[in-house]
Design a protein around this ligand. Structure first.
Ligand code: NDP
Length: 279
């Protein structure tokens, strides 16, 4: 019987996940189905239960996107350390007596940086913009890459300061650099080798008040939003930075989820190429 998977979100019509997982399954010869499910805003847990109970092959897992990642965290009966650190779950595995919650976003970002973009965070001065769910999900994976420093800057400075404090105290992570949390004005005069925009400002074409100094020579500027040239990307380009959008992260977090479910790691280059609109 074909194993069943799905992605839950609201909205969900735009999701590229069914296509990505269909391409992974074809490439690796895995017998799975993968559908997009629009869950009511108040009905996430019920939608997951209905999916598990539906006839056909066994429901083995699901991806979870906006706005349900925190609810998925609570729904999981067991969680991986990276999901615990993120405080959110984007990958569920349905086992006989448990629902395992994982978070593959940070691994996806790091893999895109290192393998697709040739940008290893190790030893780099890293600036993370934003302190929402996406930022929180990538902090631990970034710290584990041993950057020279990690500064979290956010419009609401206190949120960045709180995140930095929290991740500076993680048990068992004493060797990591401690992140610093700040507001945008305090970035004046500072320079970074890797800048990751995890704000949602680009979705509304809003600019970020970044001083030009932040883009060090040969800086890589990474925008988590994909499918548009955001003001952050345009500012970074004008400052001489190398710019990437978040499509690679999307594909890599999916590949990581596929690996969690199937113990087979799909190759991503051809999938990324298939999704990238011809320019
Ligand atoms: P949240 O709503 O949790 O957080 C939004 C963040 O953006 C906050 O830090 C907020 O600051 C900041 N922000 C919003 N508008 C502005 C603005 N105009 N100027 C400055 N800062 C602003 O969203 P998420 O963290 O879940 O998602 C952030 C982005 O990451 C989204 O655009 C999402 O599409 C993208 N993403 C991409 C992924 C991928 O695979 N490529 C995966 C996950 C997310 P404040 O605290 O001050 O409100």
């Amino acid at each position: 019987m074909t194993d069943r998977y799905a992605v839950f979100g609201n909205p969900i019509g735009h999701s590229k996940s069914p296509r990505i997982h269909a391409l992974f399954a074809a490439q690796t010869g895995q017998d799975i189905s993968y559908q997009a499910i629009l869950a009511d805003r108040e009905g996430f847990a019920a939608a997951v239960s209905a999916f598990i109970a539906a006839p056909g092959g066994a429901a083995r897992g699901a991806n979870v996107t906006v706005p349900f990642k925190e609810e998925a965290f609570r729904l999981a009966t067991r969680r991986t350390p990276r999901a615990e650190a993120a405080g959110a779950v984007n990958t569920l595995s349905f086992e006989a007596d448990s629902i395992v919650g994982d978070n593959t976003d940070g691994a996806g970002l790091v893999r895109d940086l290192k393998h697709n973009l040739g940008c290893d965070p190790a030893g780099r001065r890293v600036l993370l913009l934003g302190a929402g769910g996406a930022a929180r999900g990538v902090i631990l994976p970034l710290l584990l890459e041993n950057p020279a420093e990690l500064v979290i800057a956010n419009r609401t400075e206190e949120t960045a300061a709180r995140l930095a404090l929290e991740f500076g105290r993680l048990p068992g992570c004493a060797v990591m650099v401690k992140p610093d949390g700040t507001g945008f004005p305090n970035l004046a005069g500072r320079a970074f080798d890797l800048i990751i925009n995890a704000t949602s400002a680009g979705l509304s074409d809003a600019s970020l008040p970044l001083p030009a100094s932040v883009f060090a020579p040969r800086c890589v500027a990474y925008e988590m939003v994909y499918g548009r040239n955001t003001p952050f990307m345009l500012q970074a380009l004008a400052s001489g930075a190398r710019v990437a959008d978040g499509l690679g992260m999307l594909v890599e977090q999916a590949a990581e989820a596929f690996f969690v479910w199937r113990a087979v790691r799909p190759r991503t280059a051809s999938v990324l190429a298939a999704l990238r609109p011809a320019s």
